[in-house]
Unconditional design. Sequence first.
Length: 281
Amino acid sequence: MKDRICVCGAGTMGAGIALLCAKNGFDTLIYDLHPDWLEKGKVRIDKELALLLERKKINIAERAEILKRLQFSSDISECGAGVIIEAIVEEAAAKKGLFIRLAEVNTKESLFATNTSSLSVTSLSETIPHPERFMGMHFFNPATVMPLVELIRTPKTSEEVSIKFRQLALQLGKKPVLCRDLPGFIVNRVARSYYLEALRLAETGTVSFETIDQIMESAGFRLGPFRLMDLIGNDTNYAVSCSVYEAMGRPPRLEPSGLQKEMTLNNELGKKTGKGYYLYP
Ligand SMILES: NC(=O)c1ccc[n+]([C@@H]2O[C@H](COP(=O)([O-])OP(=O)(O)OC[C@H]3O[C@@H](n4cnc5c(N)ncnc54)[C@H](O)[C@@H]3O)[C@@H](O)[C@H]2O)c1
């Protein structure tokens, strides 16, 4: 399968997924509602390509080829593609609204995937005509680097579509793992405690977030919880905390943290805004 791919959302994940697709030979359109976010996505992609060039992972000719395969648009009528991968904000209503519009500008043969981290894929598929062509395709951050992709079928996803998305994940050089449509799937369900316990500990005022990060990294974790939350985006991580908490029936152990909410309200979102728990000049 070498269909044109449309990636919706030019943020942290969308830009990475689009670059991954173009790098693996797919003509790729990135769509975002906000032209300024589209521009930020372009800058992010240019930076990542510069890094790949510096590390000799690609040469100048390959960079030019990748860029030729990438298009950017904030006009939804241009979003016709064989495969749509949605990576916009973690809000069910925004995603459902987008799918309805995308279905209008695509044929019933186009396949749809959502990169949601925590929302019910079955519920997201409910408003789309022909839900048998819909499934979850959950990439990890950074999408160009992390090998895992969680694939989430709904009761309506057809076998053929499930096989096609698995093939696509393999074509993108990923390791696909089929997960049940449960809150947070596997990784975000298990990792919730990593973030929430660290936040609760920091909120006691007895240990700083820098110390927690240093200790967890010394204990063998690749990134401490606060550095990881800054990479993910504190708004996205907070939205996932809220969604998993609600979907699990509000167990106290999964109650979202006040600190996470405060960071989101203050626009201290982490790497993407230049300030989170740390500064990113
Ligand atoms: N950040 C992560 O580490 C991570 C990892 C895996 C999955 N995800 C999931 O990927 C999705 C995107 O997360 P992100 O962190 O990239 O978010 P982000 O905030 O970095 O980017 C979201 C983008 O969506 C755009 N957008 C918002 N509403 C839109 C609409 N109606 N139509 C088109 N574009 C719209 C915004 O302009 C922005 O560019 C979420 O579902 C999230 O849960 C995130």
